[in-house]
Design a protein around this ligand. Sequence first.
Ligand SMILES: NC(=O)c1ccc[n+]([C@@H]2O[C@H](COP(=O)([O-])OP(=O)(O)OC[C@H]3O[C@@H](n4cnc5c(N)ncnc54)[C@H](OP(=O)(O)O)[C@@H]3O)[C@@H](O)[C@H]2O)c1
Length: 272
Amino acid sequence: MIIKTFGDLKIPALGLGTWRLNGNTCKNIVLQALNIGYRHIDTADAYGNEQDIGRAIAQSGISRDDIFLTTKLPWEKLRGNEVIAAMRQSLDKLQTQYTNLLLIHWPSTQGVPVKETLEAMQMLKADGKIRAIGVSNFTPTLLTEALKHANILCNQVEYHPFLAQSRLLEMATENELMITAYCPIARGKVSDSETIKEIAETHDKLPTQITLRWLIQQKNVVAIPKTANPEHLKSNFDIFDFELSEAEMNRISGLNQGLRLIDPEFAPHWES
Ligand SMILES: NC(=O)c1ccc[n+]([C@@H]2O[C@H](COP(=O)([O-])OP(=O)(O)OC[C@H]3O[C@@H](n4cnc5c(N)ncnc54)[C@H](OP(=O)(O)O)[C@@H]3O)[C@@H](O)[C@H]2O)c1
């Protein structure tokens, strides 16, 4: 496993995404992931699976302190008092005293100033209920605003070979931020790329593995592929025994085509 360091936080570069995993399917795959060696789990209030993840972590017998756990606030409830209440519920469901990272899942759809939400998150941090504060789906402009009000660890955004995030990556370098890549394998579409397939053959790896390696080899980037398939779970984790050359990294970066897979009607104006 590659561990990324941000300030005094140590974060496993590869995590497990859990959107659309629920019930025992979710619990079992998280348990299997922990057995394989995953130590970074991504969930959200909106996924409706915090309870299942809590059960998996409890059953795994792995010390809570060895797991990097992220959850996200519901985007329609970002008023200060709502943030505190949502976190209490998340912690109950996750059966834990704290999460390592709490994210604003999407910029407020109700016009709540980000300052208010971040102030409540800072209170949670001061109370030991979260270790770090982050945002998700924030554009460069929104991120700039957020950085004025709190110490932000991360922006979780869609990032894969077909969707570049150049400005956010620059901001990550300038501000020592983590970019968490969601949809990191573009929901499997990377397996159709001739370029990625060619590089995969050179390394005797799969296109999905090449893509995950390309992401985590970037200094400020971590990735959270989702799978419900135990074989995929193992293969996604088998990316620590090879390295991509600079030329290979650049070839993959050259595949950008502005392909955005997640773009709900309440999304911010991405180019801002
Ligand atoms: N913050 C946000 O707004 C936001 C938005 C979207 C996602 N996310 C987070 O990011 C995570 C990942 O994103 P995502 O689930 O949308 O996309 P993804 O991880 O790029 O792709 C998941 C899809 O790829 C398949 N897959 C996984 N490993 C594979 C492999 N080795 N070979 C072939 N297919 C494979 C999965 O199917 P199988 O299950 O059959 O393997 C699933 O259909 C989410 O689960 C969630 O935690 C956050």
